[in-house]
Design a protein around this ligand. Structure first.
Ligand code: TYD
Length: 245
């Protein structure tokens, strides 16, 4: 059934430790969480919210596939395996509340903030850090801000940037081989011992992907721009089909 109710099932067996706009985290065992993907889609820091039946399954599968792709390129993620079709088993990280964005092509918030034209290509890519704080609309952070707020030291921020570039090399080339252009993506990191590991998700909610040539939008911009929910669902489904075939 809907992504909301299935979570109740897990809730009878596991302790819920966190709930976000699109995912629920349960305590699985000493070293692992369960990450349950809901059917919700949101925009504008949660100001708009809808339910797309089946989206949670598509996003869980998409995320699992892309995490495995990164692992096969030697990039460490929290992914361990699947618990069910919409629930991932992940390693427990101590998440850092920062959204790290890498941009290959200009679109979204950066063209509103800086004198940059939509569609401009960044070479090398631009990397930005935002504080996860809906009430403050995710403010942009510099190294000093992050150091002061106890988020990432400068050294860690540089390590994170290096991981972002490696992820981009892997993802960009993989998606291009599927006829898709990776405009930008967002990752979140967490601490595992003294290492920084990729957590959260990699889905069309957190990256921008356009069809090579036509520049047709496949990602959450469809929803941001007001497309009907069935169009959004079909696009997310098409993306999963294309990357897995
Ligand atoms: P960005 O253009 O900064 O934000 P907006 O969605 O406001 O236009 O987003 C760049 C990419 O990072 C885009 O693919 C969406 C993703 N992202 C998130 O998923 N969550 C966030 O909080 C932010 C800032 C970005």
């Amino acid at each position: 059934m809907g992504g909301e109710n299935r979570g109740v099932d897990l809730g009878t067996r596991f302790v819920k430790v966190a709930e976000g706009k699109t995912k629920v985290v349960y305590d699985y065992d000493a070293d692992h969480y369960l990450l349950y993907f809901k059917d919700t889609i949101t925009a504008g820091d949660g100001a708009r919210r809808d339910v797309i039946e089946g989206k949670g399954v598509i996003n869980a599968q998409t995320s699992a596939f892309l995490f495995k792709l990164l692992e096969s390129s030697g990039i460490e993620t929290h992914y361990v395996g699947m618990y069910d079709e919409r629930t991932m088993i992940v390693r427990k990280l101590r998440m850092v509340p920062v959204e790290v964005v890498l941009r290959n092509i200009a679109t979204g918030s950066i063209v509103k903030r800086l004198p940059i034209r939509e569609g401009e290509r960044f070479d090398p890519p631009i990397i930005e850090f935002f504080l996860k704080d809906d009430a403050r609309h995710d403010p942009l952070l510099n190294y000093s801000h992050m150091e002061y707020l106890g988020l990432f030291t400068r050294r860690e921020a540089e390590q994170v940037e290096e991981v972002m570039r490696r992820v981009n090399d892997a993802l960009y080339n993989f998606l291009l081989s599927k006829g898709l252009i990776l405009y930008d993506f967002k990752l979140e990191f967490g601490r595992l011992g003294d290492r920084l590991v990729i957590g959260d998700e990699i889905t069309l909610d957190a990256m921008r992907v356009r069809e090579n040539g036509t520049l047709r939008i496949l990602d959450k911009d469809l929803y941001r721009k007001g497309a009907d929910l069935e169009t959004v669902r079909r696009s997310y489904e098409e993306f999963l089909r294309r990357i897995t075939s």
